[in-house]
Design a binder for this molecule. Structure first.
Ligand SMILES: Nc1ncnc2c1ncn2[C@@H]1O[C@H](COP(=O)(O)OP(=O)(O)OP(=O)(O)O)[C@@H](O)[C@H]1O
Ligand SMILES: [Mg+2]
Length: 245
C-alpha cells in the first residue's frame, strides 16, 4: 500500500508541469514530457522526420488530451501536408473541421509584422480556441530574414516571449545539414529550453535514423544518440538502442 502511494506520488510529481508528447519512447527520457510553456527546438537535415515528429506531438495532444494544436508554417502546403500525414493515419482535415487542428500558412514577413504589432490573427486564434500546443515548421527561413546575429536574436526572443505570453508549449523545427554543422543560429541555441536533434546518417551504404537530446533545461536526460524509426504510424524512438556514426 505504502509502495503504491509512493509510486503514485512519484508519478504525479514526474508529470507535474510536463506536457506529454506521447511519442513512443520519448516522455520517459525527459521526466514525463516537454516542460510546460517551453520553447523546444527540433533540429535535423532534410527528411529526418521533423514535420512528422511535430505533427505527431499535435495529433497526440488532440487524441489523448483533447487539446487544440496550431501548426504555423512558411514552407509546407496544406493539401500536401494533409495527404502526407494520411500515410501515418492522421486525418488532419477532420481535426481541422472539429476545430482541434489549426493550420496557418505564414510567410516570414508576416511573422515579422506580427512581432512588431504583437500577436494579431494568431493571438486571437489561440485565445479563442484555447490552443495549448504550437508548432512552427520551420523557423529557418524566419531566422534568415534577419541579416546579423544580434537582430536575429532579438527577433527570436520577442517571438519566444509572444509564445510564452500565449501559454503554449512550442516545437520549432529548424534545418541542420549534418552532424555538428550549425546552420540555424548559435546564439539562439542558447535561448531555447530544449534542443532535440534528428539524424538520418549514412553508415556502410545505408542510412540510419537516430536522435539525441542535446539539452533540456531543468531536466535529467540521456546523453546518448539513440535509435529511431519512422513507420506508417509515425515516429517510434528506440532509447535502448545506442547509435554510433
Ligand atoms: N509511411 C512511412 N513509412 C516510413 N517512412 C516514412 C513514411 N512516410 C514518410 N516516411 C519517411 O519520412 C521522411 C519525411 O519525414 P519529414 O517530412 O517529417 O522530414 P522533415 O525532416 O520534415 O524533412 P524536410 O526537411 O524536407 O521538411 C521521408 O523522407 C521518409 O523517409
Ligand atoms: Mg518538414
Amino acid at each position: 500500500m505504502i509502495n503504491k502511494i509512493m509510486r503514485i506520488g512519484t508519478e504525479t510529481r514526474r508529470n507535474h508541469g510536463r506536457v506529454q508528447t506521447y511519442i513512443p519512447g520519448f516522455d520517459g527520457l525527459v521526466q514525463g514530457g516537454l516542460k510546460e510553456k517551453s520553447i523546444n527546438l527540433l533540429l535535423g537535415g532534410a527528411g529526418t522526420g521533423k514535420t512528422i515528429f511535430a505533427i505527431q506531438f499535435l495529433v497526440n495532444g488532440i487524441i489523448n488530451n483533447n487539446e487544440t494544436g496550431i501548426y504555423i508554417t512558411f514552407e509546407e502546403k496544406k493539401e500536401k501536408l494533409f495527404s502526407d500525414m494520411i500515410g501515418m493515419g492522421w486525418d488532419l482535415a477532420r481535426y481541422e473541421k472539429e476545430g482541434k487542428f489549426i493550420f496557418m500558412e505564414y510567410n516570414p514577413e508576416q511573422v515579422k509584422k506580427m512581432l512588431i504589432e504583437g500577436g494579431g490573427t494568431v493571438e486571437s486564434m489561440i485565445s479563442k480556441s484555447n490552443v495549448k500546443r504550437m508548432v512552427i515548421d520551420s523557423i529557418t527561413s524566419f531566422a534568415l530574414l534577419y541579416k546579423d546575429e544580434l537582430t536575429r536574436k532579438e527577433a527570436a526572443l520577442s517571438l519566444f516571449d509572444l509564445i510564452n505570453s500565449w501559454g503554449c508549449t512550442a516545437i520549432l523545427t529548424a534545418q541542420q545539414i549534418s552532424k555538428g554543422e550549425e546552420i540555424f543560429s548559435t546564439t539562439l541555441e542558447f535561448e531555447v529550453d530544449s534542443i532535440i536533434v534528428l539524424y538520418n546518417a549514412r553508415q556502410k551504404g545505408t542510412r540510419k535514423r537516430a536522435f539525441e537530446i542535446l539539452k533540456m533545461r531543468g531536466t535529467k536526460h540521456p546523453l546518448t544518440t539513440m535509435g529511431m524509426d519512422i513507420t506508417h504510424v509515425g515516429i517510434e524512438l528506440k532509447p535502448s538502442k545506442i547509435v554510433e556514426f
